[in-house]
Design a protein around this ligand. Structure first.
Ligand SMILES: [Cu+2]
Length: 339
């Protein structure tokens, strides 16, 4: 249904995400969306025991070589994509990832934002990687917010995070990241609103999801759909993510929590290597349907091909006036190469 590929990017509707979230398919680990072996509080060495109501999800991820010298992560053999699948958990959950390295390269998977021990660090520094052909398990834990002294709170794990290789080419995974071994990791707080559609946008050197305009992903939604963007930066240069005609609160979710929420409302945000953020918008809210652009706002980057289309269709899924023409103009888009 909504589960279709756009370019090399696979965006899944929430419906299909639920459908594929079952453990039996070894697919997406989506918090409370699919039941799995419940665990009692996960107290690990060095961290205080606390009553986490989380579950442990087992996911198998296949690292594969792709055409054009790319590499990707996938949830089943032959399904690797750039970026890799969106992995999700709720605060308190544990993800147990079995990484199957089908390639002839050393590689790993290293998460941001969650809790792990040194042997799940994904870095050669800690001897945490897969040799060519090797299978290895990585365990990512997460936790809820805890009250601390002085009426302060220690933050929980909730956030729009990401994961990537940390072992191919160099001890920092520089070759693996350059070639596509990255993806989004979402840790939700219980009660968070769930989106209808999700888009992962990775600014990686002078590319978006390792593509340049006009081959960058075209993300599609119908007017009013709740759409979740996960933006990730990689590579060796700074970027700024800009989305036309939509705006979001610069906080954890992109939504204001009330009329006095002091979060800035923005439509452009720094997206530097290793950083990530996410937000939800209602497609076309206040502006209507249309072919809207998303792009890096560093001018020589957008001119160089770091741009794509967010197509907001009419509520009934039909094309809004002018959108077809705009897409054609974009596809004829010429850009100057940086080198
Ligand atoms: Cu840029």
């Amino acid at each position: 249904m909504d589960d279709h590929a756009v370019g090399s990017h696979r965006h899944l509707s929430r419906r299909s995400l639920i459908a594929t979230g079952a453990l039996a398919t070894g697919a997406l680990a989506a918090g409370a969306l699919g039941a799995s072996a419940p665990t009692l509080g996960t107290a690990f060495g060095g961290s205080p025991a606390r009553a986490a109501a989380g579950v442990t999800k087992k996911v198998t991820i296949y690292a594969e070589q792709l055409p054009d010298g790319l590499f990707g992560y996938g949830l089943a053999p032959g399904q690797a994509t750039v970026p890799g699948p969106i992995l999700e958990m709720y605060e308190g959950d544990t993800l147990e990832i079995t990484l199957v390295n089908t390639t002839n390269q050393r590689l790993s998977i290293h998460p941001h934002g969650v809790d792990y021990s040194t042997d799940s660090d994904g870095s050669p520094f800690n001897a945490s990687f897969n040799n060519p052909g090797e299978t290895r398990t990585y365990v990512w834990r997460s936790h809820e917010m805890v009250a601390a002294a002085g009426r302060r709170y220690m933050p929980g794990s909730a956030g729009y995070w990401h994961y990537h290789d940390h072992a191919m080419g160099t001890d920092h995974g520089t070759a693996g990241v350059a070639k596509g071994l990255y993806g989004a990791l979402i840790v939700r707080r219980r009660g968070d609103m769930l989106p209808a559609k999700q888009f992962t946008v990775v600014f990686n050197d002078m590319m978006i999801n390792n593509r340049m305009a006009p081959d960058t992903p075209m993300f599609e939604a119908n007017l009013g759909d709740r759409v979740e963007w996960i933006a990730i930066g990689h590579g060796g240069t700074f970027h700024t993510f800009h989305l036309h005609a939509h705006r979001w609160a610069d906080n954890r979710t992109g939504m204001l929590e009330g009329p006095s929420d002091p979060s800035l409302v923005i439509d452009n945000k720094d997206l530097n290597p290793g950083s990530s953020f996410g937000f939800q918008v209602l497609a076309g809210e206040g502006v209507g349907p249309g072919a809207w652009m998303y792009h890096c706002h560093v001018q020589f980057h957008s001119d160089g091909g770091m741009a794509g289309i967010f197509l907001v269709r009419n509520a009934d899924g039909s094309m809004p006036p002018g959108a077809e023409e705009a897409i054609h103009r974009f596809q004829g888009h010429t850009h100057t190469h940086g080198s």
